[in-house]
Design a protein around this ligand. Structure first.
Ligand code: PHE
Length: 467
């Protein structure tokens, strides 16, 4: 426990490997796929500004808390909270909250894998030259045809899940390092190339204006979504960062490392937005298109530039890798927990969990085709209905899972981790684990963890409930 520098799960070779792994977890579909489409749905600048604020004031403190809990206990989330709580004279009940987080991670993985599968499908699509000279309408049609076909989606969803589970089964530390060292920097380069294309569309400034012009009337709309997405994007609130912290060498500075990861992640999100929106406006597409946004927009870029076919293939491979390195961090907390708690092997545990996630993921697959009309939480014309087939409003099954995980469970998990670190473990333990040289910086960090982040989360929840 505290003080030891060994973990039963192995340890990262160096600080850089932790940064790579945590960045690999954070940078994923959240930045490249979800951030742009949510920005589109929730009104551009209002969403972006709140997202950035929430990253800085809530996300980073939570990420520091998770990392330090993990490193102190060197155990999976549920066991870490239990061990540390008992250590400080508190009961073991805290582990239930962490357990809920680990289940949430599996639910996220169920739809994450489906969208990861879309990027696999697009590798073939762009590689086969399907996007050559494509226009907005055809790009929309291509995406619609893909999601209309449950078998095609199931195929790629299965492939994506197998790829993720394959690495986990061999152990995260060994599996991740080699691939991420090359892939992550390359992803940056390709996003810059895409940005270069956006600059040539003649609508670059429209994109910038859309992303940074704040329309105050949209603030309330996007409040909870922006907070949930800030946590989603940084991978905090369910123990992914905690478990990676558990593999972190003792001498590494937590705050510096966390800042680096948060900045990289935010940078990729903004870059993705700046690359996509000019294309959206140039082609007259709908910025509020929803989950299909990136998959309808990018074919236009790749279909209309020199070497687009090649760049497109490389790009979707990298998106798949970014998604895959995040998917791994979604599965790892529960795998580590079961390896600690049961006598089943890592391979067995991974296979069983991956199968479960795959199965639940079918719900997301069908939300886009055969169950498209199944709507939940319908408030059509004022009357509330839990479920209605064919309703105009409401959420489909994917929407329900996304809402429940990103907007409710992630913030609750985030709240649990910061409160646990700053109130239950307490100032001395946090100071010891963070080992910051500058006392003022420590005071600010601790203040953010103890007051700003918990109150911030509660206020956003309250504002949402009473709006
Ligand atoms: N942060 C990842 C992304 O942005 C998703 C994720 C969420 C991963 C929570 C782990 C935990 O794509």
């Amino acid at each position: 426990m505290a003080g030891d520098d060994v973990s039963i799960h192995g340890s990262w070779a160096s600080r850089w490997v932790f940064i790579l792994a945590a960045t690999g977890s954070a940078v994923g579909l959240g930045s490249i796929w979800k951030f742009p489409y949510m920005t589109g749905v929730y009104g551009g600048g209002a969403f972006v500004v709140m997202f950035l604020l929430f990253i800085a004031l809530l996300g980073v403190p939570v990420m520091v808390a998770e990392t330090l809990i993990g490193r102190r206990a060197r155990l999976s989330p549920a066991n870490a909270l239990k061990a540390l709580a008992v250590h400080t004279g508190h009961g073991g009940k805290w582990s239930w909250a962490a357990f809920a987080g680990m289940v949430t991670a599996l639910l996220i993985l169920s739809f994450y894998s489906v969208v990861g599968g879309w990027s696999l499908d697009y590798i073939l699509g762009v590689g086969a030259g399907n996007f050559q000279g494509i226009d907005g309408e055809k790009a929309g049609g291509y995406f619609a045809a893909m999601v209309d076909d449950p078998w095609r989606m199931i195929l790629w969803h299965s492939a994506f899940m197998l790829l993720s589970a394959g690495v986990i089964a061999r152990g995260v530390v060994a599996g991740l390092e080699r691939s991420l060292r090359i892939m992550m920097p390359l992803l940056f380069v390709l996003l810059l190339i895409l940005l270069g294309y956006s600059l040539t569309t003649g609508h670059f400034m429209d994109g910038v204006r859309f992303m940074f012009h704040l329309d105050p009337s949209r603030l309330m709309d996007g409040l909870l979504p922006a907070m949930g997405h800030a946590f989603f994007s940084l991978s905090v609130g369910i123990g992914s960062i905690l478990i990676y912290g558990a593999y972190m060498p003792k001498q590494t500075s937590i705050t510096g490392t966390v800042m680096a990861v948060a900045l990289l992640d935010t940078f990729v999100s903004l870059l993705a937005g700046l690359a996509l929106f000019p294309i959206v406006f140039a082609a007259g597409l709908n910025a509020g298109e929803g989950p299909g946004l990136m998959f309808v927009t990018l074919p236009l870029a790749f279909g209309n530039v020199a070497f687009g076919q090649l760049i497109g293939v490389v790009f979707f491979v990298l998106v798949a890798v970014a998604a895959w390195s995040s998917a791994i961090s979604l599965l790892e907390p529960m795998v580590a927990y079961l390896v600690e708690r049961t006598r089943f092997s890592r391979l067995w545990v991974t296979s069983a969990l991956a199968f479960g996630c795959w199965f639940v993921g079918l719900g997301t697959v069908f939300s886009f085709n055969i169950w498209k009309e199944a709507k939940f939480f319908v408030t059509d014309g004022g009357a509330f209905q839990l479920y209605q087939w064919g309703a105009a409003g409401g959420l489909d099954l994917f929407g329900v899972i996304d809402f429940f995980t990103s907007r409710i469970m992630l913030p609750l998990g985030a709240l649990t981790f910061v409160v646990f670190a700053s109130w239950v473990m307490g100032r001395d333990a946090v100071r010891d684990e963070l080992a910051m040289r500058n006392a003022t910086l420590f005071a600010v960090t601790f203040f953010l963890m103890r007051y700003v982040a918990p109150l911030g989360i509660l206020i956003v929840f309250a504002a949402q409930l009473f709006k």
